[in-house]
Design a protein around this ligand. Structure first.
Ligand code: 4AD
Ligand code: MG
Length: 461
């Protein structure tokens, strides 16, 4: 049975002078007269295993002429090394599992992230993308640990839905109708009653509405799944398919979930620092100077909290020239969010109580009648990482907010009923998983923190 390279490094003492079998992909191979050095990585950890193959090995010629990307299996002895790593392997029985053709795209040592996106099917063989992939795994584990420890139940909300839960009209339609010849009603419109679900359906953009239903039965829940948005955003922070973690909490208000969000981010940071030290070190050296110090600091410092109104005052008082002018009532643009979190506070900041006009219909109206109990958490380098709110729990107010926002109350009947059938104050938020990975790795493009990114004009792989 093969041994993971991760295990060999973690328990190196106990492996010395032991024979093991490893399998992985050649990072590099240096050939000399008497022996060859193979650098092998199996994806299990950041570290590579250096393997020395002696020229007396029967298939020496074949092995020593293999190139980067070759899939190898090697049986050999783990020994202490005077090199960069404390251990290395004296390879005894090397075997080629998979050869590499000349057109293997990762021959060169340095390739750009843009180029790697074009070869996403092999890019996890690089230091960068395999490190991101491991951090992503650990942050998912951290998420489950955090919420489970705090007493929340992990739920699964549907991916196909009939409602536009954000009311933003950025949904992908799901249909099995023949696009070339759809059925029509008497008015000549497409007849969605004849569609698969007997109504218009979409890929969900949030699991929130269903999470609210379960929170009002289970107390505290969280959903963690893919969400879909057809917004036409060609930015380094938007994907058409991204993963979102959405806790929903009964008997909680906005401050409770703002605090929960801050503690969750801090928990993830600590988890990554503990589980991925090699990866964080690598990101620090190659992508973001000072990353470790920042993460350490943020994990211990409480987040700043300001209202939207205060944020607008800060922005107006600053001498910075913004492309979009700030006035009370306008939505904050990325440049404003980044100014607040990167320049003004140089720390994560929680912005609360936005004007109702720029937020979704389900947020609780404040007594001023103008603002809602919303919060966004902004972090340096990324901007908005969390969006959340206390939910409107008054049946009549919610109903009128739905129509005010140009939506049909009929489409939200079951959601409204949650306010009639033993309703309770409740609140929740959504954290964009990829944005959290960007923040913790220091990677600057969201397309590099998910294995197969989906964005406008691109669904290859
Ligand atoms: O602020 P948003 O739109 O909030 C909601 O969807 C709420 N229903 C969440 C809730 O209260 N349960 O999105 C939440 C987060 C954003 O803060 C951002 O981090 C991320 O989801 N996000 C995206 N990430 C990548 N690509 C996109 N196109 C994203 N849109 C939002
Ligand atoms: Mg938002």
């Amino acid at each position: 049975m093969r041994t993971l390279i991760k295990e060999i490094f973690e328990k190196s003492e106990s492996f010395i002078e032991k024979e093991v079998l490893v399998k992985g992909w050649v990072k590099s191979l240096r050939k000399s007269k008497a022996f060859s050095f193979v650098v092998l990585n199996d994806g299990s950890c950041f570290k590579d295993l250096q393997i020395i193959i002696d020229q007396d090995t029967p298939n020496y010629e074949e092995i020593s002429s293999s190139i980067t990307g070759t899939c190898l299996s090697v049986k050999g002895l783990i020994v202490e090394s005077g090199g960069r790593q404390p251990i290395e392997m004296q390879g005894k029985e090397p075997e080629i599992i998979g050869k590499v053709t000349e057109d293997y795209p990762l021959q060169k040592k340095k390739t750009s992230l843009e180029f790697l996106r074009e070869v996403a099917h092999v890019r996890a063989r690089t230091n960068t993308i395999s490190a991101v992939t491991r951090v992503r795994h650990h942050l998912a584990q951290a998420t489950h640990q955090f919420f489970s420890n705090e007493g929340y139940y992990y739920i699964h909300t549907p991916l196909i839905t009939a409602s536009d839960a954000e009311g933003a009209g950025e949904l992908f339609q799901v249909s099995t109708l023949d696009l070339n010849n759809p059925p029509r009603n008497e008015k000549g419109e497409i007849d969605f009653e004849k569609d698969y679900f007997s109504q218009k359906t979409f890929l969900t953009c949030t699991g929130q509405l269903q999470a609210e239903s379960l929170a009002l039965s289970m107390g505290g829940v969280y959903t963690f799944g893919p969400t879909f948005r057809s917004e036409n955003s060609h930015t380094s922070r938007h994907l058409s398919e991204f993963w979102m973690i959405e806790p929903e909490v009964a008997f909680a208000d906005l401050d409770d979930v703002a605090d929960l969000g801050a503690r969750y981010i801090q928990f993830m940071i600590n988890y990554a620092l503990e589980k991925c030290p090699d990866e964080i070190e690598f990101f620090e050296k190659n992508y973001k100077e000072g990353l470790k110090e920042t993460l350490n600091h943020v994990s211990k410092t409480s987040f700043q909290k300001i209202t939207y109104t205060e944020a607008v005052e800060i922005l107006k008082a600053s001498s910075k020239k913004f492309e979009f002018k700030v006035e009370w009532g306008v939505d904050l643009q990325t440049e404003h969010e980044r100014f607040l979190t990167e320049e003004h506070f140089n720390a994560p900041v929680i912005v609360t109580d936005y004007p109702k006009e720029i937020k979704a219909f389900y947020m609780k109206l404040n007594n001023d009648g103008k603002t809602v109990r919303a919060m966004d958490i902004l972090v340096p380098g990324v901007g908005e990482i969390i969006g959340g709110s206390q939910r409107e729990d008054d049946y009549e107010i919610l109903k009128s907010r739905i129509s005010e926002c140009g939506l049909e109350a009929d489409d939200y009947e079951w959601y409204l009923e949650l306010r009639k059938f033993g309703g309770a104050p409740h609140a929740g938020f959504g954290l964009g998983f990829e944005r959290a990975i960007m923040y913790i790795t220091g990677m600057s493009n969201i397309r590099d923190v998910i294995a197969f990114p989906r964005y406008p004009g691109n669904a290859t792989f």
